[in-house]
Design a binder for this molecule. Structure first.
Ligand code: ADP
Ligand code: MG
Length: 487
């Protein structure tokens, strides 16, 4: 069986459930009008409510509710007509209200799923338990002063969507694929920017091991992982750690752990509370959230095409492989750019070739020069005409790579570069025939070897013809003429 871990006492199954905190894209916070934009000077985006002052009341931001509904629809989930905000009570220096407003008993979204793509072209469906809205806390900084901690309340009260998966994930690889896919969907929807470095998307990973067909084991939770790569490392480390403990007869503590990327290990932070410890109760300052059907349908009517649907369409419409289609749709901007190029192309079968060029040459040059899809040094129609020049036999695929390099350097149109550099392909049979004659005359020994049965010499002779024509001979025509003359 796949995804089982071999221990000394037999096989263990890994059980993982992920809680993703996704910051809602919105100008204002969940219950106040303060700006939710990242990166402002500390404590410049704080209302009295965010600072926990008495006499203030929360006012629900409708935009955040719409974003949660849109996300629920994008995850194929049910939108609940009534949901309720609860207070989750605990003390934290950067939580001035003394509680977090969250949704516990009645979340706004229930169910749904994410289909993840694994390396071996395999797919797996991961079901989602729930999505609820809640406030973020402020941010404490402990290393700016020897004896003081600093607190920035800009983040306090910013809206988060907590998206909880069922414990159906079975490995670090599946966990990473899940987060990547979820992030891609959120970005397509525009409900979260998915920026993990800035903390807009943070992952809590719950991990346990058990013997197949026995009840689940006790889980440890790794909190606030802020990169996909770290998530994979943290989970792999945690699996090994737990395996060692349970195989030697120990028990796993239900606890919260932190991943230390510099050491590649997880460390215990605190023992984990159970839900009852938070004394959840409905927030008396807020009325239940009632979502009318019309509102859901209006949002549904404006849903963008999501990555899976786009991938399926690309495969059908452009004859792409599943792999290429997945690469192109992962980021909406790349998918849009691809379609823009295709729309400029006239060549037969160009879409497939354009996909190759984008994935291999353009992505390669982007990585090399640290460019993004937003600041490429050429126009989309230029890549379209480059591919068209290959398809209509003006240049060979090999010459096209040279043209591409020049286009990358200069931003000039490929047709212009082909003319300027004299790279137009020679398909004129009389010119090629004359060159073949010259090559055969100059390489009498090789010709004799070929005729005596040494097939490999053919490649050498083709090379000589190409060289004589500076790589510009139409390879098909050159091959044909050479075959004919030798035969
Ligand atoms: P909490 O919010 O206290 O962390 P939840 O019951 O909401 O608790 O569960 C959080 C996550 O833990 C969910 O993603 C769930 O799938 C996962 N989970 C629950 N039980 C286990 C387990 N035994 N092993 C691994 N993950 C688990
Ligand atoms: Mg949790």
């Amino acid at each position: 069986m796949k995804n089982l871990v071999q221990g000394q006492t037999g096989l263990w199954e890994v059980v993982i459930g992920l809680e993703v905190h996704a910051q809602v894209t919105s100008n204002a916070k969940l219950f106040s009008g303060a700006s939710a934009v990242f990166g402002a000077d500390p404590n410049t985006q704080v209302t009295f409510l965010d600072a926990g002052m008495p006499g203030t009341l929360p006012v629900l931001n409708k935009v955040c509710v719409d974003q949660a509904i849109k996300t629920g629809l994008g995850l194929n989930a049910s939108i609940n007509r009534v949901s309720i905000f609860d207070r989750k009570n605990y003390f934290y220096a950067d939580l001035p209200l003394g509680y977090q407003i969250s949704q516990f008993y009645y979340p706004i979204v229930t169910g749904g799923y994410v289909d993840i793509d694994l390396d071996d072209a395999e797919k797996k469906r991961i079901n989602i338990t729930r999505l609820h809205l809640e406030q973020d806390a402020g941010k404490s900084t402990h290393d700016l002063h020897p004896s003081l901690s600093y607190i920035d309340f800009n983040r306090a009260g910013v809206a988060l969507m907590e998206i909880v998966s069922e414990p159906e994930i079975r490995s670090a690889q599946e966990s990473m694929a899940y987060v990547k896919k979820l992030r891609s969907i959120l970005r397509y929807l525009g409900s979260c920017d998915g920026n993990m470095e800035q903390g807009s998307l943070r992952v809590d990973a719950n991990i346990s091991l058990h013997k197949p067909n026995t009840p689940f084991g006790t889980r440890a939770e790794i909190k606030n992982v802020n990169s996909v790569r770290f998530l994979g490392q943290a989970i792999d480390y945690e699996i090994e750690r737990q395996l060692e403990i349970i195989e030697s007869g120990g028990t796993i503590e239900q606890e919260t752990r932190l991943f230390d990327p510099s050491k590649g290990i997880t460390r215990s932070m605190r023992s984990k509370e159970d839900a009852m410890d938070y004394r959840y109760f409905p927030d008396p300052d807020l009325r239940p959230v009632v979502v009318e059907n019309d509102r859901i349908e209006a949002i549904r009517a404006n849903m963008p095409e999501l990555p899976d649907a786009k991938r399926d369409r690309f495969i059908k419409e452009f004859s792409l492989t599943e792999y290429d289609a997945n690469v192109l749709v992962a980021e909406k901007e790349v998918a849009d750019f691809y379609e823009q190029i295709v729309s400029h192309s006239k060549g037969q079968g160009a879409a497939k070739l354009i996909a190759n060029w984008l994935i291999v040459e353009v992505f390669g040059a982007m990585n090399r020069d640290g460019k993004t899809i937003h600041n490429l040094p050429f126009e989309p129609q230029h890549l379209a005409s480059l591919v068209d020049l290959i398809i209509n036999d003006t240049i060979s695929g090999k010459i096209a790579k040279d043209v591409f390099s020049k286009m990358w350097e200069t931003g000039k149109a490929p047709a212009q570069l082909v003319d300027e550099l004299g790279l137009r392909q020679v398909s004129d049979t009389s010119v090629i025939e004359k060159t073949v004659d010259d090559v055969l005359a100059a390489n009498a020994i090789q010709v004799e070897q070929y005729r005596a049965g040494k097939q490999q010499v053919f490649g050498f002779l083709v090379g000589q013809v190409m060289k004589a024509l500076q790589g510009k001979a139409n390879p098909g025509v050159a091959n044909e003429i050479l075959k004919k003359k030798l035969g």
